[in-house]
Design a protein around this ligand. Structure first.
Ligand code: NAG
Ligand code: NAG
Ligand code: NAG
Ligand code: NAG
Length: 222
């Protein structure tokens, strides 16, 4: 049983009431719509929000954003071309949402209470990551992954070209980093021709196939 978040609920009630009474509540305006995906129990909601919602405030998100329920059976690996925020409580759903997707600007907020195991999520083309650990009990942290000849446009494709050689960017995120306070760190290795050969302990490196010209920029986030 997960504890019910009463403060969020009461804020939500207040909000409904305020809306009903026609009182204008001003929110922090963000420039454009952004995608927020959150999971609660086994439900996944995919929202488009035009205002910034406080992390893990499910009720407010449902109220203020345009949300749809995502059926697990129809979920596909997607490319996210703009900022994506995910609120999650366990690694299994996070894995379904994120493992081997392409996203360059990502925020992850851990809204659960049970510590997460060490598992590696593979993310293509990641450039900016913000994390919020344990319901905001620690300050938000971020890392920017850049390699020598990056720009945003190339980052969208998760690839860049250096000396006529293609580099595919892949990041491995250790899910246990959400468990407690430690500094968010990243370490990149450039020009990796074979992930399987260089990092045999990543048990699923057989997923990667390389064409002759392609090398990887491999980043570990921990
Ligand atoms: C969430 O919605 C966005 C567009 O609103 C879409 O591109 C994306 O594929 C959706 N993600 C999932 C997991 O349904
Ligand atoms: C990501 O996908 C790979 C390959 O399917 C799998 O081996 C790995 O366990 C997944 N990662 C997580 C965190 O589930
Ligand atoms: C990448 O590595 C290969 C083989 O080790 C080398 O021939 C190539 O010049 C390197 N490319 C860059 C851009 O460092
Ligand atoms: C490798 O690069 C050369 C020139 O840089 C190009 O002509 C060739 O098509 C590339 N091969 C693959 C498999 O991408």
């Amino acid at each position: 049983m997960k504890p019910i978040v009463y403060p969020a609920f009461s804020i939500c009630l207040t909000l409904i009431l305020a809306t009903f009474l026609g009182i204008h509540i001003s929110f922090v305006r963000s420039q454009k719509n952004h995608t927020l995906i959150f999971t609660k129990e086994n439900t996944i909601r995919n929202c488009s929000c035009s205002v910034a919602i406080r992390d893990c405030d499910y009720c407010l998100a449902n109220l203020m954003c345009n949300c749809k329920t995502v059926l697990l059976s129809t979920m596909e690996k997607t490319t996210y071309k703009s900022h994506l925020t995910i609120w999650f409580t366990d690694t299994s759903v996070l894995e379904m949402l994120l493992n081997f997707t392409r996203v360059w600007d990502l925020k992850l907020s851990f809204c659960g209470t049970t510590p997460l195991p060490t598992e590696y999520l593979a993310i293509w083309g990641l450039q900016k990551l913000r994390v919020n650990k344990v319901k905001g009990r620690f300050p938000e942290q971020s890392v920017t992954i850049s390699s020598s000849s990056n720009n945003d446009k190339e980052g969208l494709l998760g690839m860049h070209n250096k000396d006529r050689q293609m580099f595919a960017h892949i990041s491995f995120l250790d899910t246990s980093l959400f468990n407690g306070y430690s500094l968010l760190k990243s370490y990149s290795v450039e020009n990796v021709s074979s992930i399987m050969k260089h990092f045999p302990s990543l048990l699923y490196s057989d997923v990667f196939s390389t064409s002759d010209n392609e090398s990887y920029v491999v980043t570990f986030i921990y």
